[in-house]
Write a protein of this length. Structure first.
Length: 86
């Protein structure tokens, strides 16, 4: 997403470049959501592989006793770290 953010920031007029990062991220998300994809969507094989990996991940989470709240916290922590790095 960093390349998209850089591209978006270059499109902004100078006066808007001081917009807070969370607002920029919101605008980027909207642009990505409504823009046409430049590549083809995932194939059936790729989607099947994704579903298998998700099922394994969910099984592992149950085995180690993670709750949905634990998973949400972990996801938020990873996203926060990525924002700080990016």
């Amino acid at each position: 997403m960093t390349a998209v953010k850089e591209q978006f920031m270059q499109m902004l007029p100078q006066s808007l470049s001081e917009v807070p990062d969370d607002e920029v991220q919101y605008m980027i998300n909207i642009l990505v959501k409504w823009s046409k994809p430049k590549s083809k969507s995932a194939t059936d094989d790729e989607f099947s592989e994704y579903k298998i990996k998700m099922k394994k991940s969910q099984q592992w989470a149950k085995e180690v006793g993670l709750t949905p709240e634990d998973i949400t916290k972990a996801i938020k922590a990873v996203r926060q770290e990525k924002r700080q790095q990016g």
